[in-house]
Design a protein around this ligand. Structure first.
Ligand SMILES: C[S@@+](CC[C@H](N)C(=O)[O-])C[C@H]1O[C@@H](n2cnc3c(N)ncnc32)[C@H](O)[C@@H]1O
Length: 264
């Protein structure tokens, strides 16, 4: 079956299974859902970033990019010319999901943040504006794309972002060694099952009861759904929340293991 059709089927299933706030019984998840996930409030930061996204979405200039994620094959990285506007359109978190990341970060006040998958830096900018005091490391395989993201960070004087260039498979261990613990992690790159599982297992020793992990594109493919289903069942994960596009993982010890599928 073609992937788009498969995703449409997954979305129908999600719409049938997902709960609204009236069906959430856990007080903790109810509060997280109503106060943060469904938080509709706007912030002037959003306008600044979305204005920048619009500028990028108009740029026809070509970048010679290297594919690292699900479109690459093994270590034989393919290079191709892509317009800035297309990279931005196809790679960046949607405004709605980026606002979710912002609200989660703003509320959780993480001191240490790791993002796997920078692209144009749209999600990184949401994170950095929500957490100007935090230590943020964002990882990107394609140096040319990373350079473009850096221009965006410089434009907004976001100087708490450290970018690590290189394939996650080679750079993650060293990057993790810079952290004693990770408070917030966004996994948004290399949408394949095994790498996603491997990245989760690599970051796990740095996570603690208060950590939040957000995995994007959990219904992007069968492989990503399998990875999500395996990860959410890990004994260290207590609460998992499927919002269709993204999944949230929590590790609190004071609450029973629960998986929620919530309307978003
Ligand atoms: C979906 S985009 C990230 C979008 C970004 N988080 C945002 O919302 O603005 C994924 C990025 O991860 C990078 N990537 C994918 N697999 C990678 C790998 N194995 N190593 C390094 N970078 C990788 C890609 O080059 C791409 O730019």
């Amino acid at each position: 079956m073609n992937r788009k059709l498969w995703i449409a089927g997954q979305y129908l299933k999600y719409r049938m299974l997902s709960k609204t706030k009236f069906k959430v019984h856990s007080p903790f998840v109810y509060q997280l859902y109503t106060d943060i996930i469904l938080n509709n409030s706007r912030h002037s930061d959003f306008e600044k970033i979305e204005e920048q996204r619009s500028i990028l979405l108009r740029q026809r200039s070509l970048l010679e990019t290297t594919d690292f994620g699900a479109f690459s094959s093994g270590n034989a990285y393919k290079t191709r010319f892509r317009q800035v506007k297309n990279i931005t359109r196809h790679s960046s978190l949607r405004p709605k999901d980026a606002r979710l990341v912002y609200h989660l970060v703003k509320e959780a006040k993480p001191e240490t943040i790791l993002e796997m998958g920078t692209a144009m830096g749209i999600s990184t900018m949401y994170i950095a504006m929500a957490a100007p005091e935090s230590k943020i490391v964002t990882m990107e395989g394609c140096a040319v794309i990373g350079e473009k993201a850096r221009e965006n960070f410089n434009k907004f004087k976001l100087d708490n972002i450290d970018m690590v260039l290189g394939n996650f498979n080679n750079s993650l261990t060293k990057t993790l060694s810079k952290f004693d613990r990770l408070d917030f992690v966004l996994i948004d790159g290399n949408h394949r099952k095994k790498p996603t599982l491997d990245y989760f297992m690599s970051i796990l020793p740095k996570l603690h009861a208060g950590s939040i992990v957000l995995i994007d594109d959990i219904h992007w493919s069968k492989e990503m759904l399998q990875a999500w289903n395996t990860i959410r069942q890990h004994p260290d994960v207590t609460v998992s929340i499927d919002l269709f596009k993204a999944g949230i993982l929590l590790f609190r010890k004071d609450i029973a293991k629960e998986n929620h599928i919530l309307r978003f």
